[in-house]
Ligand binder design. Structure first.
Ligand SMILES: Nc1nc2c(ncn2[C@@H]2O[C@H](COP(=O)(O)OP(=O)(O)OP(=O)(O)O)[C@@H](O)[C@H]2O)c(=O)[nH]1
Ligand SMILES: [Mg+2]
Length: 220
């Protein structure tokens, strides 16, 4: 019986996620779900990304258990920013994103970044209605994490190895990442990044622009 309850909750989430996806498709908005462990640098990346993407217009839905700190950091950069507090929830859900979409004027948006709650397990299983999934792995977390948290990396469209400015100091082994990804995800674009130094930002921005442009011309 318990399994049925869980299944029905997930089915309800997925139905709302599909509606979110269609709603954003109809408005021409590309939605990017950004996931990582807490503190990997999601908000820092968005702080650098959003101004650099202009004239593309970005909006942000940002999920945290408590506080509006991330929305305050991003508020001056994205024309539209909404903070979603999940309370005890370790991930955003599709209904929360639907409520977030109600707070935005989608007609004025090209790209919607959804900064998920910092967590390497829970967000991976939950469809929000996004069109692309981006996962950050920062150097201080360690080069062993892909194999330990495969569910996060498996469905990613882009994997950003970030805080690469710390790689030498912390003895981060990039080859270990590639070896582990060979078993679970060979199609995602991989970018070595450091928003602090600017390393890789050109490739990341190019990927976003390309995905937005492909999405704009795609039928579905
Ligand atoms: N050295 C270095 N530090 C960075 C880099 N990017 C972010 N940081 C630092 O990492 C810390 C966490 O960054 P945030 O952007 O708040 O991380 P987050 O993933 O948004 O955190 P949560 O929303 O709490 O999950 C901050 O102290 C940033 O200054 C980087 O490229 N290099
Ligand atoms: Mg953040």
């Amino acid at each position: 019986m318990k399994i049925k309850v869980v299944e029905s909750v997930m089915k309800a989430n997925d139905a709302v996620a599909e509606a979110n996806r269609r709603r954003m498709r109809a408005a021409g908005v590309l939605a990017v779900n950004i996931m990582s462990a807490p503190g990997s640098g999601k908000t820092t990346l968005l702080e650098k990304t959003i101004p650099a993407l202009a004239p593309l217009r970005s909006a942000v839905l940002v999920g945290d258990l408590q506080t509006s700190r991330d929305a305050e950091r991003l508020g001056g950069l994205a024309a539209q920013t909404t903070q979603i507090n999940t309370g005890r929830g370790c991930h955003l859900s599709a209904p929360q994103v639907a409520a977030g979409l109600d707070s935005l004027d989608l007609g004025q948006v090209d790209l919607l970044f959804i900064e998920n709650v910092g967590n390497m397990v829970c967000p991976a299983a939950v469809d929000l209605g996004e069109h692309r999934r981006v996962v950050l792995l920062s150097v201080p977390e360690g080069d062993d994490k892909v194999a330990k948290y495969p569910t996060l990396f498996q469905p990613a469209d882009a994997i950003l190895l970030t805080k690469m400015d710390l790689a030498e100091l912390l003895g981060f082994d990039r080859r270990r990442i590639d070896d582990d990804l060979a078993a679970i995800n060979t199609s995602a674009v991989r970018i070595e990044l450091s928003p602090r130094t600017g390393l890789g930002m050109d490739l990341w921005l190019q990927w976003l622009r390309q995905e937005h442009s492909r999405y704009g011309t795609a039928a579905g």
